[in-house]
Design a binder for this molecule. Structure first.
Ligand code: G6P
Ligand code: ZN
Length: 543
């Protein structure tokens, strides 16, 4: 008979969830009581007794052991049932789907998303709500407050549960159902997309490269692309999830998915390339010789989504995060549907999706998704592109060119300055905020500032207000600069500078974005005094 132990503990400072859950260095998470304190705080806030939760993670180092701890604590806290991905593996979108499919009381996802994994890298834990989406701020705040008063946690004394194959187990009074992490998700995708058309595309010789970056989407990609859609064997690379992601930085952007970029710009490039991140919610898509910015990807999907059977009825609305370019807004205007602008963080889309105000959403940070789950979904976006490519019978480059001809082009880029000393980053933002009242009317680099503010958002569904979400400088000609500090890093501060310029066409639609944005980039440096504050002239990452 297994026994419940109540372990005395003391609050640990700094267990405050960021943009997407609590993320820390793995060693911190493995420290005495660290994981346990946070998990107990989750269970206290969501009232664990009698509930059912989904559990899984992206397979990074400590994923397997953390899962066993969480299971023992769930049992000790009176949970009725846990649905766990085989091997403690679930991609974030698959976890969101399982929460919804099984009508559970939520789920715990172990991931630090696109941050590297391993003993010296990052680990993370987040809680998702019964709707399948990340916990809103009010809930994560309550969990944080709980961490500050915690005096004990409960854990069952028991052996590890065998998570190596599907099946039902008992842990104390709790049922543990180990499930195939891929099956339900793959079935969901089959229901949304025209698999027959995509199969025909591959059968006709269409070549693709899918880079899972040694992270969680590998098994999903192999099953869906190669087994079900008939893509050639070997289409999916880096498809085995590894605890350290093979030393890769599993963030699908042109900097970190360099091998894919090089292949897509080589003479023998395949027709289509894609990559996904650590936990499978992010995506990058690339055509032969052409990179698709996430903001453009959202706009192209919005304009073409009706080609997929699951969206044949059209869209209720489109939502994007504030720093994402306005390209999708132009499509929404043409379609006569609402466009929403939310703060950074997928959780802000949840209410819009639940209320049926938006059908698809996207962020510049390589996130795209729809109301099929309540997380962004990397493979969903890739499959949507495949569906569109199959239906239109055109290459990616032609689809983008036609899109810009019709809607104009929002040249866009993000420049990241990483691992800045936090005090310096805060000083830069404070100075920017202080300068806001004097900005309208000023001319920088030949561009006149029309408006400048610190973005605040009132949720149209529940009326909640989120302030200080990023400094925006809007120019008379439609150009825009946004500055904000990342909420997902674990080391120092990351300054993100988002740059945008609109070209209505028909001329000037084929420039290199960095060239097209040159005056905006110079203005961004000048207005914020980036070099003076941070000592940095050049960004570490350019997307
Ligand atoms: C995570 C969230 C996204 C967010 C992104 C960037 O991936 O799920 O919704 O856009 O982080 O956050 P950051 O605060 O680092 O810019
Ligand atoms: Zn992610």
């Amino acid at each position: 008979m297994s026994q419940i132990t109540t372990v005395p503990t003391a609050p640990i400072q700094g267990q405050k969830p960021g943009t997407s859950g609590l993320r820390k260095k793995t060693a911190v998470f493995m420290g005495r009581h660290y994981l346990e304190n946070f998990v107990q705080s989750i269970f206290d806030v969501v009232e664990c007794q009698g509930k059912t939760f989904v559990l899984g993670g992206d397979g990074r180092y400590f994923n397997d052991r953390a899962a066993q701890v969480i299971l023992r604590m769930a049992a000790a806290n009176g949970a009725a049932r846990m649905i766990v991905g085989q091997g403690a593996i679930l991609s974030t979108p698959a976890a969101s789907h399982l929460i919804r499919l099984n009508r559970t009381d939520g789920g715990i996802i172990m991931s630090a998303s696109h941050n590297p994994g391993g003993p010296d890298e990052d680990f993370g834990v987040k809680f998702n709500m019964p709707n399948g989406g990340p916990a809103p701020e009010a809930v994560t705040e309550a969990m944080y407050r709980r961490t500050l008063e915690l005096a004990e946690y409960r854990v069952l004394e028991a052996q590890d549960v065998d998570l190596s194959r599907p099946g039902r187990h008992r842990l104390g009074g709790m049922v543990v159902d180990v499930v195939d992490p891929v099956a339900d998700y793959a079935a969901l995708m089959e229901g949304l997309f025209d698999f027959a058309a995509i199969r025909a595309l591959f059968a006709g010789g269409f070549r693709m490269r899918m880079d899972s970056m040694c992270a969680v989407t590998g098994p999903y990609a192999v099953e869906i692309m190669e087994n079900r859609l008939g893509a050639a064997k070997g289409t999916c690379v880096n498809a085995t999830p590894l605890p350290d992601f093979g030393g890769m930085h599993p963030d699908p952007n042109p900097t970190w998915a360099r091998a894919l970029m090089e292949e897509m710009f080589s003479p023998d490039a395949p027709d289509f390339g894609a990559a996904s991140d650590g936990d499978g919610d992010r995506n990058m898509v690339v055509g032969r010789g052409i990179y698709v910015s996430p903001s453009d990807s959202l706009a192209v999907l919005a304009a073409n989504v009706h080609l997929a059977p699951g969206y044949a009825g059209g869209l209720k609305g489109v939502a994007r995060s504030m720093p994402t370019s306005a390209a999708a807004d132009r499509v929404a205007a043409a379609l006569g549907i609402p466009a929403y602008e939310t703060p950074t963080g997928w959780k802000f889309f949840g209410n819009l999706l639940d209320a049926g105000k938006a059908t698809i959403c996207g962020e510049e940070s390589f996130g795209t998704g729809s109301d099929h789950v309540r997380e962004k979904d990397g493979l969903w976006a890739v499959l949507m592109w495949l569906n569109i490519l199959a239906a239109r019978g055109q290459p990616v480059a032609a689809i983008l060119r036609e899109h810009w001809q019709r809607f104009g082009r929002n040249y866009y880029s993000r420049h990241d300055f990483e691992a800045i000393e936090p005090a310096r980053a805060e000083a830069l933002m404070a100075a920017l905020r202080a300068s806001l009242p004097g900005l309208p009317g000023r001319v920088v680099e030949g561009l006149e500032i029309a408006e400048a503010d610190d973005f605040a958002y009132t949720d149209p569904v529940d009326g909640s207000v989120s302030e200080r979400q990023g400094v925006r400088v809007m120019f008379r000609d439609g150009s825009r600069i946004v500055y904000r500090l990342s909420g997902t890093g674990t080391e120092g501060a990351t300054l993100r500078v988002y740059l945008e310029r609109y070209a209505p066409g028909p001329e000037g639609l084929a420039l290199d974005p960095q060239e097209a944005l040159a005056p905006v980039i110079r203005a961004a440096h000048g207005l914020a005094g980036i070099a003076a504050h941070t000592g940095r002239e050049n960004p570490d990452v350019v997307t």
